[in-house]
Write a protein that binds this ligand. Sequence first.
Ligand code: ATP
Length: 297
Amino acid sequence: MVDSAAHQPDSSPDNSALDPLANVQNQDLAEVLAEVENVSPSPALELPLLAAGGLIKNFGGIRAVDHASIEVAPGSITGLIGPNGAGKTTLFNLLSSFIRPDQGRVLFDGEPIQHLQPYQIAQRGMVRTFQVARVLSRLSVLENMLLAAQQQTGEKFWSAWFLPKQIAKEEKELRERAMAILQSVGLAHMAHEYAGALSGGQRKLLEMARALMTRPKLILLDEPAAGVNPTLINQICDHIVNWNKEGMTFLIIEHNMDVIMSLCDRVWVLAEGRNLAVGTPGEIQTNPQVLEAYLGQ
Ligand code: ATP
């Protein structure tokens, strides 16, 4: 069991009767939550939006993720940190099904998802961004946004013939939504420029803006502040806080500790593919095991 800096579990029998997880009917969820509890014995107050238990991923002889577990509470901004090579990106790839686990389970909204394709997971409401923003450079900023919208009527062959008015209406609404989001992140003036003309930081903003087009419940952000100038980092943080206030949940990998400390409700620490600690940012900052893992690099 790893060190949990968060509040300790209360062993009183009365409390367990009040535990909302005590009567979880879903067998998959109950088993994954038991794995999470091994790592983080602090009592959860609600069912997690995302939960993963006992994840293992080997690359040849390298075990990148080693029995790792994590949970993300709905409405939270949850952090995932760890020294270089700790397995954070591999864990993200497992959570979002970009790679398959050798062992372990991932549940989103109570349902197992590790067998699904990333686009199917996006349709259920979980999207991700990448360490190096993946935008389509030869398309305009606006076109990048419009491509993210899912399941439009016009995508179905016969609908294009029979429902032209509905398609035109949907397209207009999509454009308006795309422009409103671009406006909110300060990219509206670049809407008709090639995405390739954006700076690294602006590409990260575009990736996040594009993720919002799908109206997700959860966004996984892989190093949103990496390679971004300090002014834009502050703007990105402000956007994350605002979107969170509007109800969006985030899981964020980040090396910039100021960003993690200012944004996150709860932080999970990985080292050598394993869970090392979990707690509030303040608790993690003073956790001796975490300090040792970083200083020992
Ligand atoms: P960083 O903070 O430096 O981005 P990380 O915590 O995200 O690191 P990962 O990128 O997940 O760590 O890598 C964990 C380990 O798995 C490392 O030893 C890495 O070299 C190895 N690894 C990751 N992906 C692969 C791969 N596709 N093939 C082989 N080894 C890999």
